[in-house]
Design a protein around this ligand. Structure first.
Ligand SMILES: NC(=O)c1ccc[n+]([C@@H]2O[C@H](COP(=O)([O-])OP(=O)(O)OC[C@H]3O[C@@H](n4cnc5c(N)ncnc54)[C@H](OP(=O)(O)O)[C@@H]3O)[C@@H](O)[C@H]2O)c1
Length: 237
């Protein structure tokens, strides 16, 4: 088992929602938190981590412009000199019925190419025993109607986990955490979300952010977890 305490952890899309819960829940003290539009949330989270005795550096990048990714890792190198854990969490989750898609690229850039390029950049900062985790979605296996690009991007991200594990072994472990329903997307009616949970999830509830953090800790700490998909969905039917 490795200890998370001294690990340098980079979370993409880390300022809000699950990213925020993960950075507050993991016992590490050193974070790079990437954000895109949520500067205020990123600054507030940075202060909260500092109040808890940790250190968080924040960095803005819009992954629709993939060249921004190199700057994120140059920043990480400058601040910490190394990286132990990369958590690819940034994501576009947009209702886009297939016939109405006008932009085929953005979702694929942010949800698929950016995690791949983050992994590529991370190599320069990682040493033996470092680890990469891709946050995937159940839509990778059971596509969501009206979310074709999201579903396709997450399916490809899931596969890229195995591909990268093969490429990077034995130095770096690569795993996926495949999540079911945890937080409703913004604007999604809570009543409808609860109804879906009740109907589609054997445990009849959404997962909790702290359960996501617990699963992530396991993937990071257990040194024999590699090329794996850990599903956390309460049992989906
Ligand atoms: N929430 C769930 O129930 C659930 C279920 C299944 C899987 N997951 C997966 O878990 C991860 C985190 O979930 P979440 O609900 O916290 O995600 P989210 O709120 O949908 O997105 C996370 C962050 O992605 C960033 N992002 C969006 N567009 C970007 C862009 N163009 N460039 C860079 N960053 C961009 C945003 O940062 P800013 O706010 O700074 O703009 C956002 O806060 C995602 O990968 C998701 O697929 C979540």
């Amino acid at each position: 088992m490795i200890s998370l305490k001294d690990k340098v952890i980079l979370i993409t899309g880390g300022a809000r929602r699950l990213g925020r819960a993960i950075s507050l829940g993991l016992p590490s003290k050193k974070f790079i938190l990437h954000y895109n539009q949520s500067k205020r949330s990123a600054v507030a989270l940075q202060k909260e981590i500092q109040r808890n005795g940790g250190c968080a550096e924040i960095f803005q990048a819009d992954f629709k412009d993939l060249s921004s990714i190199k700057s994120l890792f140059d920043f990480t190198k400058k601040k910490f000199g190394r990286l132990d854990v990369l958590i690819n969490s940034a994501c576009i989750f947009e209702n886009q019925p297939f016939e109405s898609i006008t932009d085929f690229e953005s979702t694929l850039r942010v949800n698929l190419l950016a995690p791949l390029m983050c992994a590529h950049q991370a190599l320069k900062l990682m040493s033996n025993g470092s680890t990469i985790i891709n946050l995937c979605d159940i839509s990778a296996i059971h596509p969501f109607r009206n979310y074709p690009l999201h579903s396709i991007s997450k399916a490809a991200l899931l596969h890229s986990t195995q591909v990268l594990a093969l490429e990077l072994a034995p130095k770096i472990r690569v795993n996926s955490l495949l999540l079911g329903m945890i937080l409703p997307s913004e604007g999604f009616p809570k009543k409808e979300f609860d109804e879906i949970c009740n109907k589609r999830i054997l445990l009849k509830r959404a997962g909790k952010p702290e359960e996501v953090t617990h699963a992530l800790s396991f993937l990071i700490e257990n040194e024999y977890m590699n090329a794996s998909v850990l599903t956390l969905d309460g049992g989906r039917v």
